[in-house]
Write a protein that binds this ligand. Structure first.
Ligand code: PGA
Length: 251
């Protein structure tokens, strides 16, 4: 039985005050809900303060990016070891905003995945098709390539520290959500592909989150699909009541 995992991707939002209030509210709310894993992923500058708030609790702390080197002359970048040092347990990689706005490709994302795992972080590896790709019936092909390249060099053992987030690009921040059936079909395809790459047993344990305009109104139906094991939440993760309602839907 896979435990549901709800993660909040705060993107480039909040400030010191908002991050403090939001993290404190998530911490309190999550205490009252059992049987579901919860994570918050604030922007880099607020990781330290959120780490102090969630320390010792079941709420996991994640970052939204890394640079795949231990240290060095990489002005403006942050290493996986620095995140671990700040109290992070996980990192979001391959988000569509980084793929499409910052030009990250599958090889670079795979390099980051290995660097994060080597530092001891868990990885939420995001993938998903654009609207044009879906309309051209290319969804499975795109997911196949992103999975194969993204998981290159990943073994059954290391897969245990990877979560896949299926996020159709057309559903992110648009208010459009994949239908429960569209999500289920994509998740089942991804699990099958991962089992071919890494083995049945590891694929059966893999947590596959859905992301893309998840809100309190659609979370329960999406999460009731057999291969939807959680949610990566953007906009609604910035509103404590909405995020906690989604966490509750996963319990
Ligand atoms: P959204 O973002 O929930 O605002 O669509 C999801 C994501 O980008 O992870």
């Amino acid at each position: 039985m896979r435990k549901k995992f709800i993660a909040g991707n705060w993107k480039m939002y909040t400030n010191r005050d908002a991050a403090t209030k939001l993290a404190s509210a998530v911490l309190e709310g999550a205490k009252a809900v059992g049987g579901v894993d919860v994570a918050v992923c604030p922007p880099f500058p607020y990781l330290g303060l959120v780490a102090d708030i969630v320390k010792g609790s079941s709420v996991r702390l994640g970052a939204q990016n890394i640079y795949p080197e231990k240290e060095g002359a990489f002005t403006g970048e942050v290493s996986p070891d620095m995140l671990v040092d700040m109290g992070c347990q996980l990192v979001i990689l391959g988000h569509s905003e980084r793929r499409h706005k910052m030009g990250e490709d599958d090889a670079f994302i795979n390099k980051k995945t290995h660097a994060a795992l080597a530092a001891g972080l868990q990885v939420i590896l995001c993938l998903g098709e654009t609207l044009a790709e879906r309309e051209a019936n290319q969804t499975e092909k795109v997911l196949d390539v992103q999975t194969t390249k993204g998981l290159e060099g990943i073994t059954a053992e290391t897969l245990g520290r990877i979560v896949i987030a299926y996020e159709p690009v057309w559903a992110i921040g648009t208010g459009k959500t994949a239908s429960p059936q569209q999500a289920q079909d994509a998740h089942a395809f991804l699990r099958k592909r991962v089992s071919q790459l890494v083995g049945d047993a590891a694929a059966a344990k893999l947590i596959i989150q859905y992301g893309g305009s998840v809100n309190p109104g659609n979370a329960a139906t999406l999460l009731s699909q057999p291969d939807v094991d959680g949610a990566l939440v953007g906009g609604a993760s910035l509103k404590q009541d909405q995020f906690l309602a989604i966490v509750q839907a996963g319990a």
